[in-house]
Design a protein around this ligand. Sequence first.
Ligand SMILES: Cc1ncc(COP(=O)(O)O)c(C=O)c1O
Length: 291
Amino acid sequence: LSGGTWLNGKLVTGNQQGISLRDRGLLFGDGLFETVRVYSGMPFAWPQHRKRLEAGCATLKIDCPLAEIERGMAALLQCVKKMQEGSLRITLTRGEAIRRGLLPAPGARPTLLITSQQGDPYPEHAYQQGFSAITVSFPRNHRSPLVRLKSLNSLELILGRMEAEAAGANEGIFLNLQGELCEGSVSNLFVVTDQGEIITPPVSCGLLPGIARALALDLASQQGFTAREEKISPSDLYSTSEAFLTNSLLEVMPLISLDGRAIGSGLPGPVVTRLRRIYREHVQAFISSNY
Ligand SMILES: Cc1ncc(COP(=O)(O)O)c(C=O)c1O
């Protein structure tokens, strides 16, 4: 068994995976998700993911079935015993459409789907090489509440990721309506200044408050770096000596080129390499403290 599914209160397999054909997640993308990294069979940074999910549910006025989510995660991790390294994806929709139209009807029971994925998300050589990126051709609306939610409405991000793929790049970086950098299609963005400061755009620039982003900022500060939120312009990114991307599965990934131009030397730089090591040490400490 390389993965499993928790759907509405029970573990299900293969052909049992029934879900209403009128589910609002399916019809409208009306819901949220979280991707949680699993290390040594334990969900990492779950309190932070839980908090973001609860906040998103409050914004969308979806009841968040926390106890069931935690029961499902535990059941899946128990069932997929071989899953030492991997991830859980928690998908929560508003539930079945009770009436026609966009407006949610009161009383819908949210649909909860949790799936597991086994294995290390990225191979070591990807980190040695670093990621390439392109600037996506259309902007993110930083005034929309949607850009701050981990929403099931991923179409802008999908189009951005497809543009990157078509250009042979690993990631698409979005600018906002003011031409400032926001984030990648699946990641948050950081640059390292000439003074060795670590900068990432504030959430007000129109981005998901990433769990790995917050952790990278914290760990960098704890290790004596100046790490802060500040607006970044495309020319800052073109001229920076080092940049990197974060997400819960990528952790800290060096960004080595943008739009076909090398960032710095075009190789993973010393600050990013150190930060990646610091992140890994934090993960090791998490694993040890939970044994
Ligand atoms: C658009 C976007 N920004 C940022 C992130 C990083 O979020 P996290 O660090 O919580 O994984 C993701 C994660 O997939 C994302 O989809």
